[in-house]
Write a protein that binds this ligand. Sequence first.
Ligand code: FES
Ligand code: FE2
Length: 384
Amino acid sequence: MGHPTSGGLVDFTSEEFWSATRRPLDQATGLRPAAYTDEDFYEVEKGRLFGRAWVAVAWMSEVAEPGRLLVRMVGDTSVLIARGLDGALRGFINSCRHRGTELASEDCTVSRMIRCPYHRWGYGLDGTLVASPLFDEVPRADFDPAELSLLPVRVETWGFQVFVCLDEATPPLAEWLGDLPERMGGYGFDGWYVHEKCSFDVAANWKLITENFQEYYHLAWVHPELAKVSRVRDHYRYQGPGLYCGQTTTPVSGDERDDWLVLPPAPGLDSSDSVSGRFVAVFPNLTLAVLPSHAFVMRLEPLSVGATREHCAFLFPPSTDPDTAADAFEATRKFWIEVNNEDVDICERSHRGLALGGAPPGPLSPRFEEPLHRFQNMVADCMT
Ligand code: FES
Ligand SMILES: [Fe+2]
């Protein structure tokens, strides 16, 4: 797809567009403004990036009970995620096999069937067509319900997180995540539960939010209070193979504040996990901030090229009692929200500068912005 500029057409899928990203870090620049602000870029990105990636779409607890049905947008595709009566999690394209109608418009719970509102065709939670009222009043010889199941979509999970992938050619989630499940295996994420959810609408491109999460270069100036608990000098890379960008803060707490440590740590953490904060951006749209006692997790849902919804959750390990923890956690919770507000403000400002000024991208800091270089190359890999 082309984009008119004074110099002619720009092809966002050509290696030429990404040449400054492909250079080694000490010669690379950030992405061009168009990658954050251009409608045409965003259209291509929905297909080539969100259409290919394992996209985080829900917390496990949102789709725990049999009959639970979630509706999620992945790129331009509406997807259903269903918990079957057999306990299995399945994904489907949200479109009836009769005449294409949207089956569900919002999250809901059904007893045993997904019913189309138009002519009442019914699908089992495994996607099989099981009802087509009145259709056989004048039978058709070629009518075979077995050929009219809902179109399947790949769904996989890691810990408390549900992912969807629209592309059959993409490797399984385990390969996508690389060493991350093993690296973070000590936390036992399967048992962690959502203590509280919240969401924020941000006037910025989704990539700016995850890039901001991936660097602590801005720590001292954007988050003066956070800098007291999470010191720049205590940050290290937390990285192995896999489509993620990770950092760790060890030790997790500075001398002036101990906000991270009011709740009891998850049981059985090793000597490193029990004193560290892990900050991991899973490509493309999930960020995990994992402390010994809790996690603040964010799923980014692009709403347009310049607007993103942050779906956030505070999670606790299974050993933490939600009733007694809430009061103790309140100060920490407020602190997280304040820090997030500071990040939202700077991301919106970053977006405004790119949209309304659009200075060409400058050099990335080798000391602080290597994760962004890694992330931007993942974007380039999808787009080219
Ligand atoms: S479009 Fe769904 S039953 Fe007709
Ligand atoms: Fe920040």
